[in-house]
Ligand binder design. Structure first.
Ligand SMILES: [Zn+2]
Length: 277
C-alpha cells in the first residue's frame, strides 16, 4: 500500500513539474509585448519624410520596442529611442539587417518578417505580419505575389484590364524612375486606349487597394503617359519608393520637387487594411 502510493506521489510530482514548466513558458510568451509590424512599417515609410517630429498615429509603442532592441544591440544611440521611425532609425535597422548577413533589398531599412522576428527573440512578439510573397511573372513582368493580388483586385474594381509597362525588381529599367522600380511593389501601367475619365478611375482603383498611384505626364517625368503605382508597406520597396509612399501619406505627388498630390483623393489604406475594411 505504501509503495504504490509513494510511486504515485512521485509520478504526480513529475507530472506537476512538467506541467508547471510548460505553463510558465507559455505565460512568459504571453507576457511579451507586441510589435505591430504593419504599424512599424507604416512609420518607417512616413517618418523619414516628415517636416517635423510628429509621430505616426498608432505606431509609437511598436516603434519604441524596435528602437530599444536596436539600441541594446548598439545599432542606435539612446537619444533616438523616441517612437519616431526617422532616417536615423531606418539606417540603424538597415545596419542590423546587414549584421544578419542580409543585403540589397533585404537590408532596405524596412522591418521585414525575418529580421523583425529575430530582433524580437525573447523581447517581443510580432503581430500583423506583412508578406510580399514570392516573385511571380504577370503580363511578362516580374512582381511579387502581394502586388499581383492587389492588381487583380484593382482590375476587378475598375471592370477592365490594367496592362503593365514596367514591373518591379527592375534596377535601371526606366531611367526617369530614380530607382523606384529597383525593389518590390512598384509597377507602371499603360494608359493606351484610356480616356481622361478612365485614367482617373484607374488611379482611383489602384489607390483604393493600397497603391500610392499617380497618373504621370511626359511633362512631369519625361516619359510617355502612364500610371506609376507603388504598393504601400511592401517590405521589399527600394529606398526611393519608400520615400514616395511617405510623401503620398503627407499629401505630396511623389516627384523630386515634392509638389502637391494631384489626386484623385481617397482614404489611404494598405492592402492589408483594404482586406479588413
Ligand atoms: Zn514607374
Amino acid at each position: 500500500m505504501k509503495l504504490p502510493s509513494c510511486a504515485a506521489a512521485l509520478a504526480a510530482a513529475v507530472l506537476f513539474t512538467s506541467l508547471t514548466g510548460v505553463s510558465e513558458a507559455s505565460a512568459a510568451a504571453e507576457a511579451l509585448p507586441s510589435v505591430n509590424m504593419e504599424a512599424a512599417v507604416k512609420a518607417a515609410q512616413i517618418d523619414p519624410r516628415r517636416p517635423d517630429s510628429t509621430l505616426t498615429p498608432g505606431a509609437k509603442a511598436s516603434v519604441l520596442l524596435v528602437e530599444q532592441a536596436l539600441r541594446d544591440r548598439s545599432f542606435l544611440d539612446a537619444k533616438w529611442v523616441d517612437g519616431y521611425f526617422g532616417t536615423t532609425t531606418v539606417a540603424a535597422y538597415a545596419k542590423y539587417q546587414k549584421s544578419l548577413g542580409l543585403s540589397g533589398l533585404d537590408a532596405n531599412g524596412l522591418p521585414g518578417k525575418t529580421s523583425l522576428t529575430k530582433l524580437g527573440a525573447g523581447r517581443f512578439k510580432v503581430t500583423d505580419v506583412i508578406d510580399p510573397g514570392a516573385r511571380v511573372s504577370t503580363g511578362g513582368f516580374v512582381v511579387n505575389a502581394r502586388t499581383r493580388s492587389m492588381l487583380a483586385e484593382a482590375r476587378r474594381l475598375l471592370g477592365r484590364d490594367l496592362k503593365l509597362d514596367q514591373g518591379s525588381y527592375n534596377p535601371g529599367g526606366d531611367p526617369t524612375s530614380a530607382g523606384t522600380h529597383d525593389g518590390g511593389g512598384v509597377v507602371d501601367i499603360s494608359v493606351k486606349g484610356m480616356n481622361s475619365a478612365t485614367r482617373t478611375a484607374a488611379v482611383r482603383a489602384l489607390r483604393l487597394v493600397g497603391f500610392a498611384a499617380w497618373l504621370r505626364s511626359p511633362q512631369q517625368d519625361d516619359w510617355p503617359w502612364h500610371i506609376h503605382a507603388a504598393a504601400i508597406s511592401d517590405t521589399s520597396l527600394s529606398g526611393q519608393a519608400q520615400h514616395q509612399i511617405g510623401d503620398y501619406y503627407l499629401g505630396l505627388n511623389g516627384l523630386a520637387g515634392r509638389g502637391p498630390d494631384d489626386g484623385p483623393k481617397v482614404t489611404i489604406r494598405t492592402w492589408e487594411e483594404y482586406q479588413r475594411r
